[in-house]
Design a protein around this ligand. Structure first.
Ligand code: SF4
Length: 297
């Protein structure tokens, strides 16, 4: 019988495999919806190619994009989860094994040695973010594999209040309409609103990890999400950045209070290959996957 750590490692290796080969159910459904909204043969054929690619990734057991990104894990740990100490090393070992078994493209490069580590691990890699989530005995792990193309449009800036919230909207529109946009649309846009650069950046990431169809908790935040979504989808950008009706699948905002004298904002873009999976472990290491119905891992 496997010990708990080995069980965790083997399960997470399978979750990584799943994340890189099959899109979460909400994203898959949204892509189908957006295909129906396109009227040009070019856009329809791009969406058909996307779906063909996704189907072949499963049929031939291959990642659905050549850039398998870098591993990010966002954890929500109940204070009663008994194995917190082994989680970082367990995730690192799962990434190492998955690099060979999936396979993942080795993408992690050490900044100062300029050497690719070869197994997607390294300094602070995998990237792990912890939140404490009450007194349950569960651990929720959200995995995300961030490709270069979806990271490149990211921006963050701290504005003076005199520039107004319009400065945030302008930054988001610049990021999505930049002619050199590297991410493959339709995108999911995460906007973080905070008081300084790092809390805005973290919130922008958490924003795009939210399930599609969820809204900001404040009615004005939800209204801003809807307005930006509508505006971005009037830019005339479609799948693969070619003319079309839907540049983005969703706009999500996460916020914290701001300093009276700052408006800090960050925008993070996720491409259509949205490799997000959410698994919840219980204290006996049984688990449920929330994002991929019927997935056997
Ligand atoms: S932007 Fe996304 S879909 Fe496009 S190449 Fe990068 S990871 Fe792949």
């Amino acid at each position: 019988m496997l010990d708990k750590e080995e069980r965790f490692i083997q399960t997470m290796e399978k979750v990584i495999n799943l994340s890189c080969k099959r899109l979460p159910d909400d994203v898959y459904a949204k892509l189908g919806e957006l295909r129906e909204k396109e009227d040009s043969p070019l856009q329809k054929s791009i969406y058909d190619t996307y779906f063909d690619n996704l189907e072949k990734a499963i049929r031939y057991d291959r990642p659905c994009c050549q850039d398998t990104g870098l591993p990010h894990f966002y954890l929500k740990a109940g204070t009663g989860f008994p194995y917190l100490g082994m989680i970082p090393q367990g995730l690192t070992e799962a990434v190492r094994r998955a690099t060979i078994s999936v396979p993942l493209r080795p993408n992690a490069v050490d900044y100062f040695e300029e050497i690719n580590t070869g197994d997607n691990t390294g300094e602070r890699m995998p990237w792990i973010n912890w939140d404490i989530s009450g007194d349950s005995s569960d651990l929720e792990v959200t995995s995300y594999f961030a490709g270069a193309g979806c990271c490149l449009p990211g921006r963050a800036q701290v504005f003076k209040p005199s520039e107004g919230y319009a400065a945030v909207v302008r930054m988001v529109f610049d990021a999505v309409s930049d002619p050199g946009l590297n991410a493959c649309p339709p995108l999911i846009i995460g906007i973080g609103l905070g008081h300084n650069i790092e809390n805005a950046a973290l919130l922008s990431k958490k924003a795009y990890l939210r399930p599609l169809g969820t809204k900001h908790h404040h009615p004005k935040g939800a209204r801003l999400e809807a307005d930006i979504l509508e505006g971005l989808n009037k830019l005339g950008i479609g799948a693969q950045g070619l003319p079309g009706n839907s540049a983005v699948m969703a706009v999500h905002i996460e916020s914290s209070s701001r300093h009276t004298a700052t408006i800090a904002a960050a925008v993070n873009t996720a491409c259509y290959i949205h490799r997000r999976s959410i698994i919840t472990f219980h204290e006996d290491m049984s688990y449920e996957i929330a994002t991929h119905k019927g997935a056997l891992v």
